[in-house]
Design a protein. Structure first.
Length: 241
């Protein structure tokens, strides 16, 4: 696997805008329950969505209502999952995962965001081949070598594929289906991550020149602010050194 940008730059800490964030969590919980059932013990996607929502202080009642909508007990949900692909300035690849009840509105909003910020919306498959779907777990290790070594040992024993430590962070990578087992294995040894998710990770990254960095970040921010957008992935290195 090619070396990516600094882990701190890649970490992608969740959006702090609480209202929009909760809307995204509710949609993910609803769709996860619709596609895999309402029991988090047997639905890994739902369990992961609930973990993230509860970490952000979502109430159990709110989560249960979202599950019921997904399973049809609380009224049918009409959200559709759609993925868009395109390019930001400087040749940066962008993938935008959406959940929407109005695809016509969503594609118009996404296309406008690309166009307004110097990018181009592409066709399906235009950039997806540049990314791999992986389980990703982050720990803040602050250069603690003993902690980094413990995470490495425990993670590999639990089934992780790779462990990378740099810039005060340790990143654990696994197959998507192994993420929960790896997370539980780490937790059993008292290792609690900052973040755990299934994500799209670029195989190689694009170093963005100064004149493009602000435009790329603005495009990503604009896309993330759209109500129908769940996640935005890119292969840009915006962290600097």
């Amino acid at each position: 696997m090619g070396r990516g940008p600094s882990i701190a730059a890649r970490k992608g800490v969740e959006d702090a805008r609480r209202g929009k964030l909760f809307t995204k969590f509710i949609r993910e919980i609803t769709v996860a329950a619709r596609t895999g059932g309402g029991d988090p013990k047997t639905n890994a996607r739902l369990r992961l969505a609930l973990d993230k929502a509860f970490d952000a202080n979502m109430t159990k009642d709110t989560a249960e209502r979202a599950i019921k909508r997904g399973t049809g007990e609380g009224g049918a949900d009409h959200f559709e999952e759609i993925r868009y692909e395109g390019y930001a300035p400087g040749g940066v690849a962008i993938i935008v995962d959406c959940m929407t009840d109005n695809p016509t509105r969503t594609v118009a909003d996404v296309r406008h965001a690309f166009t307004k910020n110097g990018g181009n919306l592409g066709t399906s498959g235009a950039v997806a081949y540049m990314f791999a779907r992986v389980g990703q777990i982050f720990f803040e290790t602050a250069g603690d070598t003993a902690l980094e070594e413990k995470i490495l040992e425990v993670a590999l024993e639990a089934g992780a594929d790779d462990v990378i430590s740099e810039d005060g962070w340790t990143e654990v990578l696994s197959a998507p289906d192994s993420l929960e087992a790896v997370r539980q294995g780490l937790a059993a040894q008292g290792l609690t991550p900052v973040q755990a998710d299934v994500t799209l990770r670029p195989g190689n990254v694009v170093a963005v020149a100064d004149e493009h960095a602000e435009a790329v970040q603005k495009l990503i921010d604009t896309l993330e602010d759209l109500d129908d957008v769940q996640k935005v992935y890119s292969n840009a290195d915006l962290g600097g050194d």
